[in-house]
Write a protein that binds this ligand. Structure first.
Ligand code: NAP
Length: 305
């Protein structure tokens, strides 16, 4: 298979960037991978792990001569990083990102980019609760969605090229409007994370009352919540601060439903509870049928995810 890009620059070297690098290396998709991370510790570790061909000392240096630049930093840092690289981008290069929110990234990045580059925002809907350069693995994007949210005026050849990189890394690609993306992700990812954070916080409060029983007898539901609630604090702080409206809208609906279920429990309305749980069970079946999870024991998870 011929190379899709000659040189890719990965800005930020955590879970997503290192997974991209491993997948690119596995299938020889790009001529050269250049990396940059803001801290010396991460740059050094990435060098030791060897998933980049070169590591640069500055973001501006890393993007020089790259025909693809991927911003892999928390969404709150995208604007700042795009300012750092803007003067060093090659004419005709594609700039993309992997941020979990799209409207805020587009607003923060677009104004800083020269008009001779092609900006194609993206979000691979794939992740784990791990972060940093050690956490990446080539299979992360296998059979996951990567959502692209380009403007309709962007060069279609550049869009197809980026699409082919993501499909070669194992992902299924779909196009979406940025605002629609943010609403969908608020339902499927952002609000569930906040609920997990809250549940683990509540359990921690109760633990103080019941000693360590909450951890000792940790059941499946709670264990799942603790896994999600172990996700990177910086990344998730930024997600909530930048996808404020959609997340608050979903949480408002969630609170209404929670009140209805609370009332059903209080009034002994078993029919309401049974109907509700039957409906949600169907949704779980749909997720499995769509290939987005398995019904294997241990929550269908292997060691890595
Ligand atoms: P990560 O493992 O925590 O790595 C983040 C990288 O960004 C690190 O190299 C870090 O540098 C750098 N960074 C952090 N703050 C920065 C700042 N203010 N300026 C410059 N660089 C900064 O994160 P990740 O999970 O790969 O996430 C990267 C992006 O992918 C985020 O936008 C996130 O929303 C998105 N995403 C994440 C997931 C997921 O589940 N994790 C899934 C899909 C998309 P140092 O190491 O030097 O501190």
């Amino acid at each position: 298979m011929s190379l899709i890009y000659d040189r890719v620059a990965l800005i930020g070297l955590g879970l997503i960037a290192s997974s991209m690098a491993h997948a690119i290396r596995r299938d020889n998709l790009v001529g050269e991978i250049v990396g940059y991370a803001r801290s010396e510790g991460t740059r050094k570790r990435a060098l030791e792990l060897g998933f980049c061909d070169r590591i640069s000392e500055t973001a501006a240096d890393a993007v020089k001569g790259a025909d693809l630049v991927v911003l892999c930093v928390p969404v709150g840092a995208m604007g700042e990083v795009s300012i750092e690289i803007s003067g060093s981008l090659s004419r005709g290069a594609t700039v993309t990102d992997v941020g979990s929110t799209k409207r805020s990234v587009i607003e923060a990045v677009s104004p800083n980019l020269p008009n001779y580059v092609h900006f194609i925002p993206a979000h691979p809907v794939a992740g784990t609760e791990q972060s940093g350069p050690d956490s990446g693995f080539a299979e992360l994007f296998e059979n996951r969605w990567c959502l692209l949210t380009p403007k309709s005026s962007v060069d279609i050849d550049k869009v197809n090229k980026l699409k082919s990189l993501w499909t070669s890394m194992g992902a299924n690609v779909e196009f979406m409007e940025p605002d629609h993306h943010d609403l969908v992700l608020a339902v499927t990812s952002h609000a569930p994370h906040l609920i997990a954070y809250t549940m683990v916080g509540v359990a921690d409060d109760i633990r103080r009352v019941t000693d360590s029983e909450v951890v000792k007898y940790s059941a499946a539901g709670f264990r799942d919540f603790t896994r999600i609630a172990a996700s990177d604090p910086t990344m998730w702080r930024d997600v909530f601060l930048t996808n404020k409206e959609a997340t608050l809208e979903v949480l408002g609906r969630f609170t209404e439903e929670l009140f209805a279920l609370q009332r059903a429990i209080r009034t002994g309305d078993g029919e309401h509870l049974h109907d509700y749980f039957t409906r949600t069970r169907e949704i779980r079946r749909g997720v499995i049928e769509a290939g987005q999870d398995t019904d294997a024991p241990n929550f269908g998870r292997n060691k890595k995810n």
